[in-house]
Unconditional design. Structure first.
Length: 461
């Protein structure tokens, strides 16, 4: 669910059956650290006759995340926030309802503002800048919350508490049977493949998309992160570092998003194993965790992670951070291809990737002039398989091994032409042969495509 879908009245609702108490705890728990930083008590009050029923996890997560985030934002230090979850029965119809509420001990909302706070971009005077914590907001959160509540067939209203603060209260239908025509798929979209690994249905994958591995022991959080990624990327999921490492051994993964605290193998150990494994060390690694300590952040960066995001997080911020990591790598790759200098790749001096690229450039320097030097020779001389050669070079330079050989030769030819401008002691055919091309016409076509100028025009320029 997002703002664009609200604007076009296309909110998707998808129900699944599960333990609602466990689900709610997975939503609330990440806020414990954020609240604890300001000595705010984050209390729970659950009263469900039967916690096992159908619900839209993405929609309810969106609702509670917005309400709890606001409550923390506008509650003073050493305040109290309480999350209520209760099943109720209507007297007239005997239908069960789900009651949700988030109560804070902040300043409250003026009576005249209560109906207005759900408007798009509206800011209450009390909430424009909170005097204790200095927070401000965009006004989108409560507007979005109300739209999602109504999409789920519910109502939301505000009540100021007697002593201090505000309660946001919600009533939703409680579904003991699936309200949709087809049974929710839940975990069925994941199956055990021939390798015995739980992976997303591969038939849904698109070949031109990057593949992300989400490592998270909380099933609901894992599903939530995958739901954010799936419109843009293929996704795999693992419940801990051990499962993740097995998947990495069998599938080509382009990006890893991992929780820090997990059973069997945590995110820190997984990142260490990934960075130490030559076949995996090039994969970007983003840590997504509830741990807010500087030590956890520092340890993660020291282990080689590319980014560290604290839960609860804004979904647009997560997707933007991912795009930034990928775009930054693309810029480094293009700069490397232009200059053939490892320094432009911004990789650690001691890393496996640095050693690999050093060897790649050394081998090319010794063999570029040999027109019979092909990808299989390239891989053999570097000391890796042909498939791994392509995989590593594509990840680090953005080019396959064959493209890399050709571009290396063309860059060298470009520099030779520039040096030959004054002396003109070599013609274009001589330069083509010198850098490993055995057909001057083919060399000219490749050169023109690479630099948007023919070799002859560059020589005359």
């Amino acid at each position: 669910m997002d703002f664009r879908k609200i604007e076009s009245n296309k909110l998707d609702v998808s129900y699944r059956k599960g333990d609602f108490r466990d689900f709610i705890e997975s939503v609330v728990t990440p806020f414990d650290f954020q609240a604890g930083d300001r000595d705010i008590q984050l209390l729970r009050r659950y009263d469900l006759s039967n916690p096992d029923f159908y619900f839209d996890d993405e929609g309810i997560r969106k609702i509670l995340t917005n309400l709890i985030s606001n409550a923390i934002k506008y509650t003073p230090n050493r305040g109290v926030i309480t999350v209520y979850v209760k099943s109720l029965r209507e007297r007239t119809t005997n239908n069960e309802k789900l009651y949700l509420a988030v109560k804070d001990s902040g300043t409250g909302i003026p009576e005249e503002d209560k109906e207005k706070v759900f408007r798009r971009f509206y800011q209450s005077r009390n909430h424009l800048i909170y005097p204790v914590h200095g927070q401000s907001g965009t006004g989108i959160g409560l507007y979005l919350t109300k739209q999602v509540v109504e999409a789920l067939g519910g109502n939301i209203w505000i009540k100021n508490n007697r002593k201090a603060g505000t309660s946001f209260r919600i009533i939703l239908p409680l579904h003991t049977s699936n309200p949709q025509s087809q049974v929710a798929q839940d975990a069925k979209s994941f199956h055990a493949d021939e390798k015995g690994l739980n992976v997303q249905n591969l038939r849904e994958w698109q070949k031109d998309r990057l593949t992300f591995l989400v490592v998270e022991d909380n099933r609901d959080m894992c599903r939530y992160v995958c739901s954010l990624l799936s419109p843009h990327y293929n996704t795999l999921e693992a419940g801990n570092g051990v499962e993740a490492y097995k998947i990495l051994e069998h599938y080509n993964v382009d990006f890893i998003i991992s929780d820090l605290m997990m059973p069997e193998m945590d995110g820190l150990e997984l990142s260490r194993k990934v960075k130490e494994n030559f076949t995996l060390s090039h994969i970007p690694f983003l840590m997504l965790t509830a741990k807010t300590s500087e030590k956890a952040r520092t340890d993660s960066y020291r282990m080689g992670v590319d980014s560290y995001i604290v839960k609860p997080f804004d979904e647009n911020m997560l997707l933007t951070r991912i795009r930034n990591i990928l775009e930054t790598r693309e810029r480094y790759q293009q700069k490397f291809i232009d200059e053939m200098s490892i320094e432009t790749l911004e990789i650690s001096e001691e890393s496996n990737d640095k050693k690999f690229m050093d060897k790649v450039l050394e081998v090319m320097k010794e063999n570029y002039h040999n027109s019979y030097f092909e990808v299989s020779d390239f891989a053999d001389t570097v000391g890796v398989s042909k498939s791994l050669m392509n995989k590593k070079l594509k990840a680090l330079s953005g080019k396959s091994a064959g493209e890399f050989i050709r571009i290396y030769r063309l860059n060298l030819a470009y520099n030779i032409i520039l040096q030959n401008k004054k002396t003109k002691n070599k013609n274009i055919a001589d330069i083509a042969y010198a850098v490993g091309f055995n057909d001057p016409k083919y060399f000219t076509r490749c050169f023109s495509r690479q630099f948007n100028i023919t070799p002859s025009k560059l020589l005359e320029k």
